[in-house]
Write a protein that binds this ligand. Sequence first.
Ligand code: CP
Length: 305
Amino acid sequence: HKDLLDVSQLSRSEVMAIFETAGRFQELQERPVKKVPTLKGRSVILFFAEPSTRTKTSFDVAGKRLSADTFSLATSSSSLTKGESLKDTALTLQAMAPDAIVIRHWCSGAARFLADRLECSVINAGDGRHAHPTQALLDSFTLHQEWGDLTGKTVLILGDIAHSRVARSNVILLRKLGANVRICGPRTLLPPALNTWPVKVFSDLSEAVKGVDAVMCLRLQLERQKDGLLPDLREYARTFGLGLKHVELANPDVRILHPGPLNRGVEINSELADTANSLILDQVASGVVVRMALLFLYMTRKGEE
Ligand code: CP
């Protein structure tokens, strides 16, 4: 593929090839000198029109560890603030001849819009409510590191599903890898066409969490809730916040994930986020090696040889 727009375009064997490449890069992270010359002379533009800590930094770190030149563009410092269209911005960036553009944008479909118009690889780093493929890949890679095969494992995705590109991409990928997926959240934060999703839906968290192997807590996307459905935070934390009592109902080895940024005390008990069951920082570490694998595979088109 030229572009990575969502995990739906990847076959299971392509996902495994990404994991295998990420696993090889993981060995480098143990070394005192972590940089290799693999992508020397290649360049990647990080075009983030929405805020990001983890995704942007880990793409930057990933690119630099592979000796690619990385260039950052944020909305606040770009001519998008002067009214330049996404198309003109993209064509301008393309004229600088990068090998790849990593884009995060508030519009669902923004990554595809660019991919259809640009010759270089486009990697979707999150578009509106639609997709966040690199997050789903790093989440499943983290679980793959823990469990090996995901087949037959049960993962609960908890919280604000309606506004979550992380949930959408994770459901697709977890199912592709053979895991069972449960969804739980308040009715107002579930997407309208949930009956077409390959998931089991719960409204009661104590029921949803019974026997699960992993819980993925999601952030309340307050910035996307302009439709008057904003829940009362204390009520939300009481009903849908993952607490110590819920973990006791899950598999004793339950793994806890969160894509970040965390609202401690809202969607997850603060203490729980720091326990041995929590893989939250492992997810961040996986983010670097999975993005190294993606930059390597997409910028050299290794999968197509
Ligand atoms: N998980 C995630 O996408 O985090 P950032 O918004 O900090 O990149």
